[in-house]
Write a protein that binds this ligand. Sequence first.
Ligand SMILES: C[S@@+](CC[C@H](N)C(=O)[O-])C[C@H]1O[C@@H](n2cnc3c(N)ncnc32)[C@H](O)[C@@H]1O
Length: 242
Amino acid sequence: MPQLYTTLARVYHEMYRHIFDYDEEFRFYDDLLRKNHCKKILEVGCGSGMLARRFLNNGYDYIGLDVAGEMLAIAREEIQQDVLVQSDMRDLRFSNEFDAVLITGRSLAYVTDNKGIMDTLTGIQNALKKNGLFVFGIFEANGIFDNFGDFEQTIELPNKTIQRINKLEKNLATGWTWNWHARYLIESEGKVTEYDDTTILRAFTKDEILLFLKLAGFDVLEILEENKAMTLITQKSENVLH
Ligand SMILES: C[S@@+](CC[C@H](N)C(=O)[O-])C[C@H]1O[C@@H](n2cnc3c(N)ncnc32)[C@H](O)[C@@H]1O
């Protein structure tokens, strides 16, 4: 488990409010869920609850799931409701319960082997009601490896400055995977604390993710393609090949 979601969970929570636009992300899901009359939803990789709060405030019957206890502890403070489950997405145990399942924040990138991907998708298929919606984002392999390179980020917060130096290294052990070495320099009240965090992330080619979806029993409704990423809007299919 990356330090970013354990030791550094509070740093994540402060930092990513300035990296992701959670209002815009919520609007995207909300439009889609309303259009498809989805009320009961599961958010996989809910992290520190930035979307959870928005779903609950807007009347969704919501469950959030994440593997990291430290992230869920922050989410519990944010939402003060007992709707969070600690579980690995590869081991979901729901059956015909949800109108929609979302994997947010491209959290599927942390599942780096094919079996793990199939177990995750099969668990989501089982968790959905008939014709249920499954929406998720991934990193796109060509975009990632065409522009592969190191980068730095600096986030100025009222009480601290977070600098992150990101070094990327091709790995390719279990798919279109790479090692993400991140060095955090956190400056607060004149003191700098340093952390090193290494994580493996996975991207998919379009063909590859479409094959996974076909095998796990999803029909693709729409694909939104960005520079290094893709969002897939899919529906539980009647035809399952596995
Ligand atoms: C980039 S964060 C996204 C969090 C949140 N969706 C957001 O947008 O702020 C990735 C999340 O995926 C979770 N995660 C990673 N691997 C997981 C797994 N196998 N099962 C469940 N959650 C996992 C991490 O704990 C982390 O909270």
